[in-house]
Design a binder for this molecule. Sequence first.
Ligand code: ATP
Length: 259
Amino acid sequence: MTDYDTVSADVEHEEEIPKDHPRYQDLLTRHRIEKGVEKGITHLQGMHAEGRGSAFDYLLGEATISSAEEAERVAAAHLLLADHPVLSINGNVAALVPGEMVELAEATGADLEINLFNRTPERIEAIADHLREHGAEDVKGLEADARIPNLDHQRAKVDEDGIYAADVVVVPLEDGDRAEALNEMDKTEIVIDLNPLSRSPQVADVPIVDNIIRAVPNMTEHARVLADEDEAELRSIIDEFDREAALEQAEDRIRSGEL
Ligand code: ATP
């Protein structure tokens, strides 16, 4: 037994997880989801979603592959060009990257909107508080005064001046039905999901196959670098992107990559 095996799954603070642990990112991700459940931010089902993601990240070598890095840059270009960009926040996203989403919103001028699969007023409030604790000033998703067409009532709820009106949406760890319905609304859809075969990345204009804890800081970094580029340059970055090739490279890595 190595010392690493003695790292308890229920460490109290994430600083206790050794950074040189071979599965550091997985332990960190798991820890944040557990804390999210304790805090009433994350639904228990979010743990299952996390488990699925964790398996894919293991096969990717817990690293950002080159096609994901490119997709993150393309996503930043889309957000900078958008008239009304919105970042969608669910219980897993809030638990894993609250401050990082606030920073991405600031770097791109996007709104933050809470959008839950299992929607209760308590969870919405807990997530809004959590985002505010991490620096968010304006949080959308509390009004829920519009509906995404072709979805059942609960999952269709969005803000009229938020996701409903957005031209570019970032929907991380999104369920397939909602990703499809948003896509039918003619929005530019950016999906972050570790499973390239899941419906959400399959329908996305920009599928980012990467762990959200790596993807979001990378997108922010790209947005800061691209902030002063002119529109033509941002458009050419977008036009050069091949979504099919990005999905294929991710699937290849998962199926045949060396660990
Ligand atoms: P779908 O409904 O899209 O066909 P699903 O039912 O597997 O697929 P959900 O449970 O709705 O998907 O969403 C979870 C998705 O989020 C999974 O595809 C999982 O791989 C992904 N995921 C989980 N954790 C992370 C993470 N930390 N970073 C990126 N993706 C993640």
